[in-house]
Every structure is written in C-alpha cells, then in structure tokens.
Ligand binder design. Structure first.
Ligand code: ADP
Ligand code: ASP
Ligand code: MG
Length: 414
C-alpha cells in the first residue's frame, strides 16, 4: 500500500464528463490498495472568469476579498469530485483549505505556504476514505482565505504530499508529460522521460507553465517524488528527479533539455543617463523598494559627453507603476526620456549539459541571426540562456531553436 497525492488541473476538471474520467483514475489507485488524497483545480476558464468579475467590480479591489472570490472555483470541483467518487462506490469527502487547514502567509493573491495540519486528513485516509482537496487556497493566521498565485494548485499538491509524507505526487494535466518545449507550439517537441529538478525549476520560472515554479522548488526541498502525466491517455509521463538520478548518458548527450518563452515582460529604456557612480542604483532602488522584479538589464557604453542608455525588463503588469516611479526620480537620475515596449518576448534555453559544454550561446545567436531575428538583451545562469526578442517572432524562434539544438522528434508530424 502506498499513500499518494494526485492532482488534476483545470482541463481535467472541466465539466462532469472530465471529472468522471479523472475520478476513474482515482478509483484505480484506490482499487490497487492505495490511500489517496486528490488536489483539484477549478474548471478550466473558471478562475479567469472570477478574476474578471473582481476587476470589473473595481480595478483597485481589496486582495483579501479577491481571494474569497477566486478561491471558490476549487471548492466546486472538490465537492463535485467527492460526489462523483461516491457515485462510483468510492468513499470520499472534501477537505477545504480552511478545514485542513493549510496555513499561509497573509500576502493575499500570492500567499506562501507555511505548513499544514495533517491530523484530520490522515484519519480520513487511514480509514480508507479518499480526501478531495481544493488546490490554490489556504488560510492566514488571522483566519482569512488566501490564494497561492495563478497555477498554484500544483504547489498545493506538493505541499499536501510533503505534509502527508506521501510516496509520490502525480500531477495529471492535458499533455502527456514535460516536453522539450510547449507541444502546442512545436508539434515536434519530444516528451522527456526524466528531467532534473534544477532544469524544471528554470524552465518553469522562464515560462513553461506545466508546473508552477514554487511547486518544483518545494518538491526539491522536501524530497517529494514528482511526476507529470496525462489525465487523458494511459501513457508514461515525466519523472522530475535529482541530478544524480538522471543517468550519465542523458546529461552528456543532451546539451539542451528544454526551451521556454514568456510574453509577460516589458522592456523599459531610459536615455542619456549620466554615466557616474550611483546613477544605476538610483534607478533600481525605488523599484526594489516597491517590490518590482527587474529581470534583464543592459547598460550601453557611454557616449562622448558621458551619457548612456539603460534598458531593463519588468513584468508587463507593473509598467504603469514603474513609469510613475521613474518619473518621480527623473531629476535625481538625470535621464532624458523614459519609454517602454511591451511587444517583447523572452526566450530561454535550459540544460544541465551547458555546465560542461561550450558553444550553446553561439548556436542560439547564429540560429536566430540566420532568420533575421534581432536580440535585444541577454541574461544567463549556469544552466540557462535567455534573450529578449520582438513578440511577433516568438513562435518561429522557439521552432528554429528546437531544430538547431537537435531536439525535433523526427517521427512526429511537422
Ligand atoms: P493544468 O490546468 O493541468 O494545471 P496548465 O495549462 O497549467 O495545466 O499546464 C499545461 C500546459 O502547459 C500544456 O497544455 C502546455 O501547453 C503548456 N506547456 C508549456 N511548456 C510545456 C512543456 N515544456 N511541456 C509540457 N507542457 C508545456
Ligand atoms: N485555478 C487556479 C488558476 O487557474 C489554480 C490552478 O489551476 O492551479 O490559476
Ligand atoms: Mg497549471
């Protein structure tokens, strides 16, 4: 007997037919003698609908009430799944975020998990009853409902698995596993049998939405056995593993493991900034104080009169705030003009193979250059290279790089 956590995403919960199909998977695990806790997302599209209600109600709404609204989608699916399981002869009950409770910080709309009480739910599982748990939601110390940020049900599932000391955490979704890139953009993407936590973390953080970044972080820290697999088809999925478990040949043969993109950033440019000590600090200090995440930064070489352009990226949603902050410090910094471009996309290649190989960046720049795709800025880490390009080229660029690194599945339809 094993104790397992199964997580079903929005597409796997989208309507009763899909809920029945997911419930059948739960029943299979129960029939095999396993204890099962199931973490669910809201029906696909439901969270967007609820978010829009809040925005329409008031653009500057109270985030604690936003959480009350947007967390409700998961309550519906957790209850429906329990009803469907019962109708199949499987004993089940729901455990809502506040009932567990799953404790979080009070950062409404982006709360962080602090821990979870397990006594009640462990008793449920030990008595052979399936627990259905709404993902995405938690409870503050003060007793208010929180949500964990978009895509947060993955993180709920990993937290539940860690707290329950589950033997594994299976993330069921609408693709067959983790691919070399988004299979919806590149039909020749290949499914990975295994990927390291480190690589998955980088891929998730640069835009591969198949797992929420924090779920990977938590699984890595808490040693949760994590798998991504399809709720639609009975095919092997992808194991997320420690680097030692990946096998030598994987690392040596494969320079690049995956490619991801995101359209969530905007580029801000300040012209004619004085090239003197402290001026760059003066730009970024107010942004840091207001918790704006700055990602890529480039500073050009100063011209003859000691002035230079500084370009950096920030989340697109923060642009209005950032422009205000920069306007407020214009005199202090002494720049000439501030402008932004939100028609950009960040493209990233990730692979542990980069640690021991050279030429990865050259391949990237050459492949993009040959297609006439201009690179605006570049950042790198030990296992990742990211470039900023014009948004209109992003899908082409992903396909070009996928071929350039030899990742195409030649048997798949082009
Ligand atoms: P769920 O609702 O199950 O949480 P998500 O929509 O959050 O599902 O994540 C699954 C989606 O992630 C897929 O439909 C796919 O388009 C996208 N995706 C992006 N990059 C990848 C990748 N490298 N491998 C697999 N899926 C990816
Ligand atoms: N329903 C939430 C969202 O759409 C959480 C999740 O599905 O993971 O972001
Ligand atoms: Mg998701």
């Amino acid at each position: 007997m094993a104790r397992i956590v199964m997580k079903f995403g929005g597409t796997s919960m989208a309507g009763l037919e899909r809920i029945r199909a997911s419930a059948a998977r739960v029943k299979r695990e129960v029939d095999a003698g396993n204890q099962v806790a199931v973490v669910v997302s809201a029906m696909a599209g439901e969270t967007d609908r609820l978010v829009n209600f809040c925005r329409e109600a008031s653009p500057l709404h109270d985030n604690s009430e936003y959480d009350v609204v947007v967390s409700s989608g998961e309550q519906v699916t957790a209850g429906l799944l329990a009803i469907v399981l019962q109708s199949m002869g499987v004993a089940a009950r729901s455990w809502l975020g506040w009932q567990l409770p799953l404790h979080t910080s009070a950062t409404h709309s982006a709360a962080r998990i602090r821990g979870m009480d397990t006594d009640g739910i462990a008793e449920t599982l030990d008595s052979g009853v399936v627990a259905t748990i709404p993902g995405f939601q938690g409870l503050t110390e003060g007793g208010r409902i929180t949500t964990l940020g978009r895509g947060g049900s993955d993180t709920s599932a990993v937290a539940v698995a860690a707290a329950l000391k589950a033997d594994r955490c299976d993330i069921y979704t609408d693709v067959d596993g983790v691919y070399t890139t988004d299979p919806r953009i590149v039909p020749r993407a290949r499914k990975l049998e295994k990927i390291t936590f480190e690589e998955m973390l980088e891929l998730a953080s640069v835009g591969a939405k198949v797992l929420q970044t924090r779920s990977v972080e938590l699984a890595m820290k808490q040693h949760v056995k994590l798998r991504v697999l399809s709720s639609f088809r009975d095919v092997p999925g992808t194991d997320i593993v420690a680097e030692e478990e990946i096998g030598e040949h994987f690392v040596e043969d494969q320079l690049i493991t995956g490619i991801a993109y995101n359209r969530a950033e905007a580029e801000v440019t300040l012209t004619r900034v004085a090239d003197k000590p402290g001026s760059v600090a003066a730009i970024f200090k107010p942004l840091a104080a207001n918790e704006v995440n700055v990602d890529m930064i480039i500073q050009n070489i100063a011209d003859a009169d000691g002035r230079t352009d500084v370009t950096f990226t920030v989340p697109r949603t923060e642009v209005p705030r950032v422009m205000d902050m920069l306007a407020a410090v214009q005199d202090e910094i002494g720049y000439e003009s501030a402008s932004y471009n939100d028609r950009v996309a960040k493209l990233s290649v990730v692979g542990v193979g980069m640690k021991s190989h050279t030429g990865v960046a050259a391949t990237m720049f050459t492949a993009l250059g040959e297609r006439g795709i201009n690179i605006d800025s570049i950042t790198t880490s030990e296992i990742k290279i990211s470039v900023l390009i014009a948004e209109e080229y992003v899908e082409l660029a992903v396909r070009v790089l996928h071929s350039a690194y030899g990742l195409d599945d030649e048997e798949a339809a082009a």
